[in-house]
Design a protein around this ligand. Structure first.
Ligand SMILES: Cc1cc2nc3c(=O)[nH]c(=O)nc-3n(C[C@H](O)[C@H](O)[C@H](O)COP(=O)(O)OP(=O)(O)OC[C@H]3O[C@@H](n4cnc5c(N)ncnc54)[C@H](O)[C@@H]3O)c2cc1C
Length: 176
């Protein structure tokens, strides 16, 4: 089984749907000039869908009284840090722990949950948006430009700066 995801930049496609069908011709056109094996895969795809990646700014709050949100509903993020599902799982964990601690006070439990999660999820949303620009940087279009850009942006130090905070977070010790 093979799953193929291609991402092209355009700003004229803003339909919010997961089920809009694309065609092999359209996809092949997006990857005109690419290696024959890419085209072989596109030609043989039994079905193709197309959807827009729509960036959203972080929300300042997502809890009102006894109503709150978690996951993509309150911090939808571009996929460029690969952390959307992780954030939903962490939210769930912290939410459960807040309810454990403030079991008799739903409002406080939800407010504490949101406080505990706001900065981290905000950083993921903005970090993903920055990474999207990095992955699609025009410098990558030429061999020399790409080499210099990769050397600068993907050095060990730069990678640590961008990712270490993500993977050193311990959801079990978050203050609630
Ligand atoms: C291309 C791509 C790559 C990704 N890669 C990664 C990755 O590598 N790592 C990572 O951590 N995350 C990744 N993500 C993000 C991840 O998939 C999402 O962040 C995650 O699924 C969000 O979970 P959620 O539970 O908040 O929302 P969802 O998974 O969207 O769940 C919401 C559910 O609610 C249902 N629903 C909606 N409306 C109603 C209704 N009215 N009644 C009943 N049900 C309803 C929907 O059908 C859906 O099943 C990626 C996303 C994309 C698009």
């Amino acid at each position: 089984m093979m799953n193929f995801i291609g991402s092209v930049e355009r700003d004229d496609w803003k339909t919010e749907s997961w089920t809009t069908r694309g065609t092999a011709e359209e996809c092949a056109n997006d990857y005109k000039g690419w290696h024959e094996e890419v085209h072989l895969m596109i030609r043989n795809a039994p079905s193709l869908f197309k959807w827009a990646l729509l960036g959203r700014s972080p929300m300042d709050r997502w809890t009102i009284g006894h109503v709150s949100l978690l996951g993509d509903a309150c911090h939808p993020t571009l996929p460029s840090l690969g952390q959307g599902a992780m954030m939903a799982i962490e939210d769930g964990f912290v939410l459960a722990r807040c309810f454990e601690r403030y079991s008799s006070d739903v409002g406080t439990a939800l407010a504490r949950y949101e406080d505990a999660r706001r900065d981290r999820t905000r950083r993921v949303v903005t970090g993903s948006a920055e990474n999207a620009k990095r992955f699609h940087n025009p410098a990558l279009a030429s061999r020399d430009g790409a080499q210099a850009y990769v050397d600068g942006e993907w050095s060990e130090d730069r990678i640590k700066q961008r990712y270490e905070w993500l993977f050193t977070y311990d959801v079990t010790s978050v203050e609630r």
